[in-house]
Design a protein around this ligand. Structure first.
Ligand code: ATP
Ligand code: MG
Length: 173
């Protein structure tokens, strides 16, 4: 019997998005379809973009939104883009086409109140029974942690940036 899981990768340490990519790769290895939705425009890195493109028959990836930041001059437009991105994600989850749907950096939309936590929670709790969903991002809200089947909190013990080591190919991008 297949039990669709709600999985959350959160915390301040590195490894949240890469964990979700690992799941996508593992699913694709079985010929299972994945929808990987990136909620922050510009956060896709060249390495993963090219790698995932090689599995384009199995992994659909979508970059949504406008880059949502506090620097934004037009919160109204950002909010609308976020709502649209969330509608898209809801449709992907309901479509029945996927084994796994990844909602990468979804927590930022919640943190900046671009979308309502109640609506997100209701969708996640009522997702199709066999569908696996992975949510990533710092500061996942308690409500989502409580509803999840798997929660991993990445703890930042050391990061090379602190020692002045710059981002490197294949590790950061
Ligand atoms: P990754 O994409 O490498 O799995 P992530 O998804 O856990 O990282 P995000 O919070 O999405 O991390 O931040 C993305 C970027 O911030 C990455 O380039 C990552 O290396 C960097 N980063 C993550 N954690 C830290 C940290 N504790 N100190 C400095 N930079 C960090
Ligand atoms: Mg990330």
């Amino acid at each position: 019997m297949k039990k669709g899981l709600l999985m959350v990768f959160t915390g301040d340490g590195k490894g949240k998005t890469t964990a979700a990519l690992g799941l996508a790769l593992r699913s694709a290895g079985h010929g299972l379809k994945v929808c990987f939705i990136q909620f922050i425009k510009g956060s896709w890195k060249y390495g993963e973009l090219e790698a995932v493109n090689r599995y384009r028959d199995l992994i659909d990836f979508h970059v949504m939104g406008r880059g949502f930041t506090w620097k934004s001059k037009d919160m109204g437009k950002d909010k609308e883009a976020a709502r649209q991105a969330w509608r898209f994600a809801r449709e992907a989850m309901a479509s029945g086409r996927y084994h796994l749907v990844v909602l990468d950096e979804l927590t930022y939309l919640l943190k900046y109140r671009m979308i309502e936590i109640e609506a997100v929670l209701a969708t996640l709790v009522n997702k199709p029974a066999g569908l696996h969903v992975a949510v990533t991002g710092r500061g996942a809200p308690e409500e989502i942690l409580a509803a999840a089947d798997l929660v991993t909190e990445m703890q930042a013990v050391k990061h090379p940036m602190k020692a002045g080591i710059k981002a490197q190919k294949g590790i950061e991008f």
